[in-house]
Design a protein around this ligand. Structure first.
Ligand SMILES: [Fe+2]
Ligand SMILES: [Fe+2]
Length: 155
């Protein structure tokens, strides 16, 4: 497996959770459970992706700007997560903010899959692509197990 496929598989989890969450109402157990799951997936993915996808690209002339842009979007996603944590889950504001998050996540995943993957294929060797996938998956697995404490800044 290559890094792109490993990342894309987790993007699908995020897309699925976002769309399910947008169908929930009030502060139901279902909404609480899905929100926790989405928050975990987003946070764990960001850490692993920054480490095993963006970091090797940030020092390249060709992708430095894209890598910075991608990580800035992670920061925007984090801010929306924080905002949602502070809002009353049964309020209309929560739903509006959740829609905003879903929209931002969609846009971000599109950037990565349609643009960044294509460009990074010119940078990574076949060996890099396989190794990064393994390292990425290992980090995700570890961090999922000890989430939320595993995430820097969450402690
Ligand atoms: Fe990302
Ligand atoms: Fe991603």
């Amino acid at each position: 497996m290559k890094i792109y496929e490993a990342i894309k598989a987790d993007h699908e989890i995020q897309r699925n959770l976002c769309s399910k969450l947008l169908e929930t109402v009030g502060d139901s157990d279902e909404r609480k459970e899905l929100w926790k799951e989405l928050r975990k997936e987003l946070e764990v993915h960001e850490v692993a992706e920054e480490r095993h996808f963006y970091k090797p690209l940030i020092d390249t002339d060709k992708m430095q700007e894209d890598a910075r842009h991608g990580m800035a979007e992670h920061h925007e996603i984090d801010e929306l997560i924080e905002k949602l944590e502070e809002l009353d889950m049964s309020s209309s504001q929560w739903k509006i903010t959740m829609e905003e998050l879903s929209h931002k996540v969609d846009h971000h995943l599109e950037d990565e899959e349609k643009d960044f993957f294509k460009k990074s294929k010119d940078i990574f060797s076949k060996h890099d692509e396989d190794k990064l996938a393994n390292d990425y998956k290992k980090t995700v697995e570890e961090y999922r197990k000890s989430w939320p404490e595993s995430i820097p800044g969450n402690d």
